[in-house]
Design a protein around this ligand. Structure first.
Ligand SMILES: *[C@@H]1O[C@H](CO)[C@@H](O)[C@H](O)[C@H]1NC(C)=O
Ligand SMILES: *[C@@H]1O[C@H](CO)[C@@H](O)[C@H](O)[C@H]1NC(C)=O
Ligand SMILES: *[C@@H]1O[C@H](CO)[C@@H](O)[C@H](O)[C@H]1NC(C)=O
Ligand SMILES: *[C@@H]1O[C@H](CO)[C@@H](O)[C@H](O)[C@H]1NC(C)=O
Ligand SMILES: *[C@@H]1O[C@H](CO)[C@@H](O)[C@H](O)[C@H]1NC(C)=O
Ligand SMILES: *[C@@H]1O[C@H](CO)[C@@H](O)[C@H](O)[C@H]1NC(C)=O
Ligand SMILES: *[C@@H]1O[C@H](CO)[C@@H](O)[C@H](O)[C@H]1NC(C)=O
Length: 293
């Protein structure tokens, strides 16, 4: 009996396996796309059979397929477009395309496809790469802080600091990243090398691509920085308006106290005038007090 059950289970598994292998008879080829920021993009998968239904999910990248969580297209549920039509599916026979208008930097990543045909289901993944403007960084020294600004660009770029000996100073800098538009970011890195600039030159490098090491560098010579801001060591903190603001409540407190005292004295005098004898009576029994007067 036991062996019979086992063979039954085996047969079941075999039949499932053969059906699964037959279902992959439909093959699909997806191709990677590279597009400029804000331009339209079309990512496509071509099948060996007519495609009947499509599911497209967005992933961090195609090598991390457990990151494919956000569903962009699902024709089984009638979702042929998303983001108010900015992303939409164009399906024709064995060609399935996802058209994206005005690509954002955040559209970059993997697109995982599940394609259904009468011959079975297949899947594929296509990478969309977005190229963003690569602007030179700018360096500023205000007498107190050395800052490097990269006003706009791909969120994956990096800022690095070096001195004239090529020493990496990035570890003693702090980075602030803000979104500007369409997934592009502005980066500001501030180097904590104050109040004295010890190196003779400071360079800021924007690394656009970690793999190809594509970068742009801007340097500031300390000599020039100091001549531009001759009083850099003696420049006082421009924080006087802030301290003035902090003084306001301190000034208000005594004024309020004086007003309160004045009001108390007025009240006291007024009551005294109304019933002068009441002042020697205990304050505890005002009703009897009222009756006697
Ligand atoms: C699967 O394909 C094999 C040949 O590769 C065929 O013999 C078998 O009948 C097919 N099974 C189904 C369920 O279509
Ligand atoms: C897709 O279909 C067209 C015609 O419908 C055909 O010519 C082409 O070979 C098909 N592509 C693949 C990969 O099978
Ligand atoms: C898909 O469409 C259904 C209605 O047809 C809607 O309720 C749902 O929110 C849509 N899902 C997405 C991810 O757009
Ligand atoms: C979605 O696309 C499929 C296949 O192209 C089509 O049959 C269906 O009518 C479309 N649905 C909507 C709501 O546009
Ligand atoms: C694919 O679809 C087109 C039009 O819908 C049709 O003309 C063609 O015969 C279909 N091909 C197959 C293999 O079913
Ligand atoms: C510089 O140092 C930082 C960490 O302090 C590191 O992340 C970065 O990769 C280094 N840059 C180079 C070009 O070695
Ligand atoms: C910047 O690019 C140059 C080549 O143009 C390369 O030698 C250098 O290592 C790059 N810098 C960084 C920090 O990757």
């Amino acid at each position: 009996m036991g062996s019979l059950q086992k063979t039954a289970v085996c047969l079941l598994f075999l039949s499932i396996f053969s059906r699964a292998s037959n279902s992959t008879l439909a093959t699909f080829v997806c191709s990677d796309v590279k597009t400029e920021y804000y331009k339209p993009a079309a990512i496509s998968c071509i099948g060996s059979k007519n495609i009947t239904n499509v599911i497209v999910k967005r992933c961090e990248n195609c090598n991390k397929q457990n990151s494919c969580l956000e569903t962009v297209i699902n024709t089984w549920r009638g979702n042929n477009s998303s983001e108010k039509g900015r992303i939409r599916l164009v399906l024709q026979h064995n060609v399935s395309e996802v058209h994206i208008q005005e690509v954002k930097a955040t559209d970059q990543g993997g697109y995982k496809w599940y394609l259904y045909s009468d011959a079975g289901v297949g899947d594929g993944c296509a990478t969309l790469e977005i190229t963003a403007p690569e602007i030179e960084p700018s360096l500023t020294w205000n007498g107190r802080k050395l800052a490097c600004l990269s006003p706009t660009g791909h969120p994956q770029r990096q800022l690095h600091w070096f001195d004239d000996h090529g020493t990496n100073l990035t570890g003693s800098a702090s980075l602030v990243s803000e979104e500007v538009e369409g997934g592009l970011t502005s980066l500001t890195s501030t180097l904590h090398e104050t109040p004295i600039l010890t190196a003779s030159k400071y360079c800021c490098t924007v690394l656009y691509d970690v793999h190809t090491k594509r970068n742009k560098t801007k340097c500031l010579s300390t000599h020039k920085a100091v001549t531009d801001y001759p009083h850099f060591t003696s420049t006082p903190d421009p924080e006087i308006p802030k301290t003035m603001k902090e003084h306001v409540p301190i000034i208000l407190v005594p004024i309020i106290l004086v007003l309160c005292c004045f009001a108390a004295v007025l009240y006291y005098k007024c009551c005294q005038r109304a019933k002068p004898e009441g002042i020697f009576r205990p304050i505890k029994d005002p009703p009897s007090n009222f009756e006697t007067t």
